[in-house]
Design a protein around this ligand. Structure first.
Ligand code: NAD
Ligand code: IPM
Ligand code: MN
Length: 359
């Protein structure tokens, strides 16, 4: 059968350490489940490329990637050499926007064997998805600085929300909730303080909820929502959020499950007009880069999400996804593990253990 094509971009810092483990597991899964895949590596979208070329990617990056079925991404950013907004707007944020990956799906799950930072929580108590709007919202480069250097200095930064953008995000969240047992959507809002866009989001969510009589909609202001992520995580099932709120919630949620080193993400263009992108939630972690102690599980779980998406949640692809998540669970339980999970294992030790369990 026709091979599905995966573009691989490792990026910066620990992206370069966790990507080989993602690929190790991808290869093991492809072998065991006989998945027709081929990979192609690209040596750009990282800050060394910027140093050499004055930009993060070649001019024809879009043409180079457009024909792929998926993009596997590590992490980008090396603020010591390139300002973060330059490296991110020059790579990852371009992918999300130009490839219309409007859903950023970020599962949050407490695994057995992880010491939970929240007292008294066990696996099953924390099991929800952050569904983050991924192409618009607070992430814009619209605005400017005026009267710079004077006592009238002022800055204006716009946020952009479209009805189409809100509706497609909400539809995805409600569909996901409907497929789960709890059938519950939380909307992250701030309609008390942000007087235009957030009451509008509340209305969009209420209108969407009418199409899903069996799903409960719970609108929560983002401030108390963050408190409940910590105090009452069992309340959550599917959390729909704008770009910035979703960004914050998707570090907080995984932190309550022990480490952000586990958290995967799927940047989806559900219509498949463009390749979707799979990457850890975390960044390049300059503070630990070079020691080979980064947890590769976020990367490996992202590989599993990619296979599930490529196979439309069916057949051998779904089996491969499930087997990878099983191998992750078993490895978390019986080791080895990296220091963020209290272990002394190195990045490749964890990757190898997961790949061996799969084989
Ligand atoms: P970060 O996620 O890189 O690191 C935050 C903290 O978590 C650090 O202490 C780090 O050591 C730890 N950590 C992260 N991943 C880990 C892993 N797999 N195992 C163990 N510990 C891990 O966030 P930051 O420090 O805010 O950002 C560093 C750089 O990464 C910046 O350039 C930032 O813009 C970029 N960034 C990129 C992405 C991305 O590519 N998607 C995401 C977040 C941050
Ligand atoms: C993430 C990251 C990015 C974001 C940064 C690096 C621009 O934090 O993927 O969560 O804010 O989306
Ligand atoms: Mn983030």
């Amino acid at each position: 059968s026709k091979k599905l094509r995966i573009a691989v971009l490792a990026g910066d810092g620990i992206g370069k350490e966790v990507m080989p483990e993602g690929i190790r597991v991808l290869e093991a899964a492809a072998k065991r489940f006989d998945l027709p895949l081929e990979m192609q590596h690209f040596d750009w979208a990282h800050c060394d490329y910027f140093a050499a070329h004055g930009q993060m990617m070649p001019d024809d990056w879009k043409a180079q990637l457009q024909g792929f079925d998926a993009i596997l991404f590590g992490a980008v950013g090396w603020p010591a050499t390139v300002p973060d907004h330059v490296s991110l707007w020059g790579s990852l944020l371009k992918f999300r926007r130009e490839f219309d990956q409007y859903i950023n799906l970020r599962p949050v799950r407490l695994f057995e064997g992880v010491p939970c930072p929240l007292a008294g929580r066990k696996p099953g108590d924390i099991d929800y998805y952050v569904v983050r709007e991924n192409t618009e919202g607070e992430y814009t480069a619209l605005g400017g600085i005026m009267f710079e250097g004077t006592d009238r200095e002022m800055v204006l930064q716009e946020a952009v929300f479209t009805r189409k953008g809100a509706d497609r995000l909400l539809k995805f969240a409600f569909d996901l909730a409907q497929s789960r047992s709890k059938k519950h959507v939380t909307l992250a809002t701030k309609s008390n303080g942000i007087a235009i866009s957030m009451p509008w989001w509340d209305k969009c969510a209420e209108a969407m909820a009418k199409n899903y009589p069996d799903v409960v909609l719970d609108k929560q202001h983002i401030d108390i929502l963050t408190a409940r992520f910590v105090l009452q995580p069992g309340r959550f099932d599917v959390v729909a959020a704008t770009n910035l709120f979703g960004d914050i919630l998707s570090d907080l949620g995984p932190a309550t499950t022990g480490t952000i080193g586990l958290a995967p993400s799927a940047n989806l263009n559900p219509e498949r007009n463009f390749p979707s992108l799979f990457e850890p939630v975390h960044g390049s972690a300059p503070d630990i880069y070079g020691q080979n102690i980064a947890n590769p599980i976020a990367m490996i779980w992202s590989v599993a999400l990619m296979l599930d998406f490529l196979g439309d949640g069916k057949g051998a692809w779904r089996s491969a996804h499930d087997a990878i998540v099983d191998a992750i669970s078993q490895t978390i339980l019986s080791g080895p593990s990296t220091p963020d999970l209290g272990g002394q294992g190195k990045t490749p030790d964890v990757g190898k253990a997961i790949a061996e369990r799969l084989a």
